[in-house]
Design a protein around this ligand. Structure first.
Ligand code: ROI
Length: 161
């Protein structure tokens, strides 16, 4: 049995575009997992304290036979391989891979919260998610379409190449 999972990708350090492009290829290599589709990339203004460079963000759709925490292990291994820098909470990072959704499951453990707690509030997640899954309904019953109706595109722009 496989489950559809959505992964948020983000980077604002060390050539962010290259970081996320490479991470996409690495997602495709996860065992028991296929990369189904990927959104366009977006440049987005940093959410968080202080002055930070803009991020490159996107969302990937996977199908996976892995259990959620096993998928999380794989995502964290990819982050570490990118020598992820994350010393400051909400500070700059070379690569962030967030498990946004795992089928229609609601997961709340110390390591993992799914749906991702900020998914509904962040335009750099909602816009690319809409590009690849416009009809999506969240486990709580909210449609992506209804969330998008209240979501500003402020600070966000889609990269065309
Ligand atoms: N801001 C943007 N624009 N994109 C991100 O991916 C992102 N990730 C984060 C914080 C630091 C909250 N800000 C971000 O983790």
């Amino acid at each position: 049995m496989t489950t559809v999972a959505y992964i948020g990708l983000g980077s604002n350090l060390d050539n962010p575009r290259q970081q996320v492009e490479q991470a996409l290829q690495e997602l495709a290599q996860i065992p028991e997992t296929s990369l189904v589709s990927a959104s366009p990339w977006y440049q987005s203004r940093a959410v968080g304290p202080g002055e930070q460079q803009d991020y490159i963000n996107g969302v990937a759709q996977l199908t996976t036979g892995l259990a959620p925490h096993d998928l999380l292990d794989q995502l964290q291994a990819i982050e570490h391989a990118h020598e992820r820098v994350r010393e400051i909470r909400w500070g700059p990072r070379t690569l962030d891979l967030d498990l946004l959704l795992y089928g229609s499951e609601i997961i709340d453990t110390e390591r993992l919260q799914v749906p991702h707690p900020y998914l509904t509030q962040r335009n750099f997640v909602l816009y690319p998610l809409t590009d690849i899954a416009p009809q999506l309904i969240l486990p709580c019953g909210d449609t992506l379409e209804s969330l998008m109706a209240h979501c500003s595109s402020d600070g966000l722009h889609q990269l065309k190449d």
